[in-house]
Design a protein around this ligand. Structure first.
Ligand code: ADP
Ligand code: ADP
Ligand code: ZN
Length: 213
């Protein structure tokens, strides 16, 4: 089962992708997590990506596409995967389709988690991310047992630099310009599924499970 998560920054893609990955036993592949790990480890890719991420801009397609194509070709992804944060542009989607077509495969579902812009700024300012495992929480909607400590790994929680309101506004604009067209792209392929992302996160998950079966 090959699944793509679509939705604005903060819509809940990561939260749901993690749960899908657990339930269906497939890897959760987050390009944002991959970039943040590279930044943490001081790699060349991390250095390049950081300049874009800090501004709320997209990392150029050529730095993203090969990375994902290689990742989905790995052994643990042979029964499928859930892609979170990729594709974010039409060229990325076309590159993924082309890579899959070569091996006679295709994406099965594109799940669009719908949340209006008004809700996003509030969601992002309350998001806390674990610096060790990438887990995400929300101070109001999904608090940790101990303040600022990750439930999963005991790591330290931070407010991501790019979750500051000013940067979130840029990211939303970038989303509308460059990523939202993917909704139409996957709708034309007949694999688009929409879920309401404004309801409780458990209810969002139930709606997704209804779709995936
Ligand atoms: P969120 O989960 O809030 O949507 P991500 O963690 O997915 O944010 O992404 C953080 C940043 O990483 C993005 O703002 C962008 O700069 C970069 N990024 C992640 N995935 C991609 C991608 N597929 N293409 C280009 N840039 C990306
Ligand atoms: P994305 O990966 O799309 O950027 P996240 O999964 O990181 O989004 O969620 C963004 C923030 O909103 C996190 O703090 C998360 O805990 C919270 N969140 C996710 N889903 C919901 C929901 N249905 N209701 C309220 N808050 C949510
Ligand atoms: Zn953690």
């Amino acid at each position: 089962m090959k699944i793509i998560m679509l939705g604005a920054p903060g819509a809940g893609k990561g939260t749901q992708a993690k749960r899908i990955a657990e339930k269906y036993g497939i890897p959760h592949i987050s390009t944002g997590d991959i970039f943040r790990a590279n930044i943490k480890n001081g790699t060349e890719l991390g250095k390049k990506a950081k300049t874009y991420m800090d501004q709320g801009a997209l990392v150029p397609d050529e730095l993203v596409v090969d990375l994902v194509v290689d990742r989905v070709a790995q052994e643990d992804a042979k029964n499928g995967y859930v892609l979170d944060g990729f594709p974010r542009t039409i060229p990325q989607a076309e590159a993924l389709d082309a890579a899959l077509a070569k091996i006679n495969e295709k994406v099965d579902y594109a799940i669009n988690v719908e949340v209006p812009d008004e809700n996003i700024i509030h969601r992002m300012s309350g998001r806390r991310a674990c610096v060790s495992c990438g887990g995400t929480y929300h101070i109001q909607y999904n608090p940790t047992k101990q303040e600022n400590i990750c439930d999963a790994c005991g790591g330290k929680l931070i407010l991501r630099d790019d979750d500051q309101p000013e940067t979130v506004k840029n990211r939303l604009q970038v989303y509308h310009e460059q990523t939202q067209p993917l909704i139409d792209y996957y709708s034309k392929q007949g694999i688009l599924k929409e879920v309401d992302g404004t309801v409780d996160m458990n209810d969002v998950f139930h709606a997704i499970v209804e779709i995936l079966g």
